[in-house]
Design a protein around this ligand. Structure first.
Ligand code: DX5
Ligand code: ZN
Length: 233
């Protein structure tokens, strides 16, 4: 059955001085989630937003807030974001010393009533998360090296999306697959056809002349590709 993809604009590319206006604008344009990029200066060479901004955002957002934790100590710091009201929380497979720790983080997220997601960076194989796929609400495939918005999509990332689809199918488990990095009208069709359900867009939306129109254009391009893929399946 056809389901439209969800666009998750990354507020890293928004106007922080007018964040409330930008959130209202993307909600109006039909965004599925607000993507909230947390970087700690250790896991990635950049430092962004954290708990105080998330708390304020949660007071005004009418759609779920999708928190992407690019942090070195998820087990220690994850509870802060859960307490602040994160709806979906993504942790990185690379931040853990093995699968037990990763499972522990997933359980922490779920116990708090949030949706649990795990991500792999471009050089991390999907195998790293295959064992926990049955526990996940979402899996995030990074299609750029995490750290900065506005980078170029790494060709071939759609193959990793297809791999997650296969693993989930084999396990009889349903989850959302999100892709993050360099997604716009040109790259959205490939990942949508491969099975992506959620597309993060930073620059493609917020750096556009008309962000609402840009969001709808990415949505349209992705949905067309998804429909075509379904028809061919
Ligand atoms: C990158 C972040 C992304 C990024 C997306 O490390 O996780 O969410 O802001 O920005 P674009 O869509 O511009 O690549
Ligand atoms: Zn992100």
């Amino acid at each position: 059955m056809f389901e439209p993809v969800k666009i998750a604009p990354s507020i890293l590319s928004a106007d922080f001085m007018s964040l409330g206006r930008d959130i209202a604008m993307i909600e109006e344009a039909g965004a599925g989630y607000v993507h909230f990029d947390v970087m700690d200066g250790h896991f990635v060479p950049n430092l962004t937003i954290g708990v105080p901004v998330l708390k304020q955002l949660k007071k005004i957002a009418r759609i779920p807030v999708d928190v992407h934790l690019m942090i070195a100590n998820p087990l220690e710091e994850l509870p802060w974001f859960l307490d602040a009201g994160a709806d979906i929380v993504t942790v990185h497979a690379e931040a853990f010393d093995g699968p037990e720790q990763m499972e522990q983080a997933i359980h922490l997220i779920k116990e708090a009533g949030a949706k649990a997601s795990v991500s792999v960076k471009p050089n991390t194989p999907v195998d790293a998360i295959a064992g926990v796929v049955p526990l996940l609400d979402m899996a995030l495939i990074m299609s750029v090296e995490p750290g900065f918005s506005g980078q170029k999509y790494i060709e071939g990332s759609e193959a990793k999306v297809a791999q997650v689809v296969q693993i989930a199918r084999a396990a009889g488990h349903e989850l959302e697959i999100e892709v993050d990095g360099g997604i716009g009208v040109a790259t959205a069709p490939g990942v949508a056809a491969a099975g992506a359900d959620v597309l993060v867009c930073g620059n493609a939306v917020f750096a556009a002349q008309d962000p609402a129109a840009a969001l709808r254009a990415v949505q349209q391009a992705a949905d067309d590709a998804r429909l075509l893929a379904l028809a061919g399946a």
